[in-house]
Structure formats: C-alpha cells, structure tokens
Design a protein around this ligand. Structure first.
Ligand code: MN
Length: 150
C-alpha cells in the first residue's frame, strides 16, 4: 500500500486544524446581528445530514462574551471542550469547567457566558427539526432569577 489517500475518505475524516477549527467546517456567525442580544459568539456545524436526526455544533464564546438568553421546546446536550465560564439553566447559575456536561430541558431559560480571561467553547447536540428560540419579554423577566447578561 502506498500512502495515497482514498478520495472517498475525505468527507468521512475532516481533520482538526488546531485552535478548534476543522477542515471543511465553516466558522459562522452565531445568529444574525440584531436578531437577538449576544456578544462575541461563533458557531460551527460539525455534523448534520449524517442520517442521524441531530446536528452537532461547536460554539465558541470569546472572553467576556455571552449567548442569548432564550428558551425553546427542543433540548440541548452540551459538553464544554474549551476554557471556562458560567451558564444559567432555569433559575440557577453554574460555574463551568473543562469537560463539564450540561442538559437544558424543554422550555427552560438558558444562557452561556465565557470567563473574562478565556473563551468558553462547547459542543451542543440538537434535533435537526426544532422550534425557534423564544426571547424573554417584560412579563417573563421576574421568573428569571438572575440573567447573566441582558
Ligand atoms: Mn438554546
């Protein structure tokens, strides 16, 4: 066998390029600017259309940044793979460290925030078919104990 690569392998193995970037994975904006409050978040879709009814995404929140405070019917399964920070799930805030796991149940307010001095990078599994996030209105504000950021 020589070491020529079978072209068929290319879509199956996409190499990590370092720095939480991968071959053939685009670094996308988290959401459209102005569509919801957030700061310094990128999104990469690692797996979709694989035959599994899910998407696996990698989100990275820059130091001091934060995701949108939102809720929806679909659930999140999250694993921290870079840095540290905090999350709000329901009425509790939690410190997050490397390799921590977070489950977000249906219709539960949630938000992620990076530490001030390092990013927070996490994998997040969602169903491919899912509802749109809801943002808190004035009437919901009292039920959210302590948003990390508004
Ligand atoms: Mn969400």
């Amino acid at each position: 066998m020589d070491d020529a690569r079978d072209p068929q392998d290319e879509p199956r193995v996409r190499r990590h390029k370092g720095g939480f970037r991968w071959d053939a994975v685009e670094v996308l904006r988290y959401k459209d600017e102005g569509s919801a409050p957030f700061r310094d978040v990128t999104r990469q879709v690692l797996f979709e259309g694989t035959g599994l009814p899910v998407q696996l995404r990698y989100f990275e929140v820059a130091p001091g940044g934060w995701t949108t405070l939102e809720r929806h019917e679909h659930v999140h399964a999250v694993m921290v793979i870079r840095g540290s920070g905090r999350c709000l799930v329901g009425d509790r805030a939690y410190d997050l460290a490397l390799n921590d796991l977070v489950s977000v149940p249906p219709m539960t307010w949630h938000q992620f925030q990076a530490a001030k001095d390092e990013p927070l990078g996490f994998l997040c599994v969602v169903t491919a078919e899912r509802d749109r996030p809801q943002l808190p209105g004035a009437e919901e504000a009292p039920v959210i104990a302590k948003p990390l950021r508004k």
